[in-house]
Each structure stands twice: as structure tokens, then as C-alpha cells.
Design a protein around this ligand. Structure first.
Ligand SMILES: [Ca+2]
Ligand SMILES: [Ca+2]
Ligand SMILES: [Ca+2]
Length: 206
């Protein structure tokens, strides 16, 4: 029984480390030009959270020269991964130019998800997107009013324009799948308990 309890404690500790792991975050700074899928900035990280700090501005903004283009990024995702992709405006000129739009494209460049305002304020959030096929996926950030905005009849390929003059954070988060983690914990618990039971049996037979 003692060994079983020790095993369960180990399982609980392991689960808490998985859930609360503060590490596993990478932060990138945007590198222009990144104005199309072909020139997307590759975010080379296997961390569970990827942050990018970018700027979209049609006038000089805190020393950043004007660049009002859309911003494309790419990252690797494996089949079965679950992702949240979210924008948030960190700093803005004025109060009415902070409305982002966000798109996710598959490895072939096809639009698979679009969002305008599901994030905080007028920021954007694509939540719990399940990756069906492993490969390099693409994300685009632009401002509301971009002619590619599908809500305004666009084709989903952002080019720039629209709301501008803000610094933003794009966050790509791998979301833990509770069922998977629970399954691992249960399996881990059974495995640990079985090993301890076998050890006890061996000890009894010595
Ligand atoms: Ca930019
Ligand atoms: Ca750009
Ligand atoms: Ca928006």
C-alpha cells in the first residue's frame, strides 16, 4: 500500500508539472518583409507557446519606419496538435486603430480559419484548432479593413492597409488535451503500481 501511495503521489506531481510548466515559451521579433505566404517568417520553435512581437504602422511609430503590410508567420505543427492563435495590441497611436484580423492557412496555403474580434477588445482569437496533417502552417495578421478580409468580400489573403499604427503580440499556444493527459496519468499510475506490486511479490518470495 505504501508503494501504491508513493506511486500515486508521483503521478499527481508529474501531472501538476505538465499542467503548470512555466517553461516552454519562445519569443520572436518580427522581421520584415513578411508580406505573403511565400515570405512568411518561420518561427523555429517546438516550445508550447510561441510569441511574436510585430508592428503594423502607416506612419513612423516609436522609431519603426512606416510599413503597413500584412504580416505572415509560419510554424511547424504535428497531426493531433491543438492550437490557440491570438493577437493582442500592446501599444497603439490613438484609440481607434487597434482592430486586428487573423487568418490561419494549411501547408498548401489554403485558408482554414479566420477571425476578427474573438480576442480581447477588437483583437483576434482562433481557439482549439486541431491539426489534421503534420506540416508547416501559416498565420497572417492584418488590420480590419484589409481588402483580403473575407467578412468584407475578400479572398482571405491579407495584403495590408485597414487599421494600423499599433504594436501587437501574436501568440501561438499548444493547448494540452485533458483527455490525453488524463490517460497518460492513469497509465502511469497503473504502470507504477504494477511495478511496485511485482517488486513486493518478488520480495515475498526471497
Ligand atoms: Ca509588420
Ligand atoms: Ca509585413
Ligand atoms: Ca478585429
Amino acid at each position: 500500500m505504501k508503494y501504491l501511495c508513493e506511486g500515486l503521489v508521483a503521478v499527481v506531481l508529474g501531472a501538476s508539472l505538465l499542467w503548470g510548466n512555466p517553461a516552454g515559451a519562445a519569443t520572436f521579433t518580427e522581421l520584415e518583409p513578411n508580406d505573403s505566404i511565400a515570405t512568411a517568417q518561420f518561427l523555429n520553435s517546438s516550445d508550447s507557446t510561441i510569441n511574436v512581437i510585430g508592428t503594423k504602422n502607416n506612419t513612423t511609430f516609436q522609431g519603426t519606419p512606416p510599413n503597413d503590410t500584412a504580416d505572415y508567420y509560419s510554424f511547424f505543427a504535428a497531426a493531433g496538435d491543438l492550437f490557440d492563435v491570438e493577437t493582442s495590441v500592446l501599444q497603439a497611436l490613438g484609440s481607434s486603430n487597434r482592430d486586428t484580423i487573423l487568418a490561419l492557412y494549411d501547408p498548401q496555403g489554403g485558408l482554414v480559419q479566420f477571425d476578427d474580434d474573438s480576442g480581447v477588445d477588437a483583437s483576434s482569437l482562433i481557439s482549439a484548432f486541431l491539426i489534421q496533417n503534420s506540416g508547416t502552417y501559416f498565420v497572417a495578421v492584418s488590420g480590419f479593413g484589409d481588402p483580403g478580409d473575407p467578412l468584407n468580400g475578400g479572398n482571405g489573403i491579407f495584403t495590408g492597409g485597414g487599421d494600423s499604427n499599433f504594436r501587437y503580440q501574436l501568440q501561438i499556444r499548444r493547448v494540452p488535451e485533458p483527455a490525453t493527459l488524463l490517460g497518460l496519468c492513469v497509465l502511469g499510475g497503473w504502470g507504477t503500481a504494477s511495478r511496485f506490486k511485482n517488486k513486493q511479490r518478488r520480495n515475498l518470495h526471497v
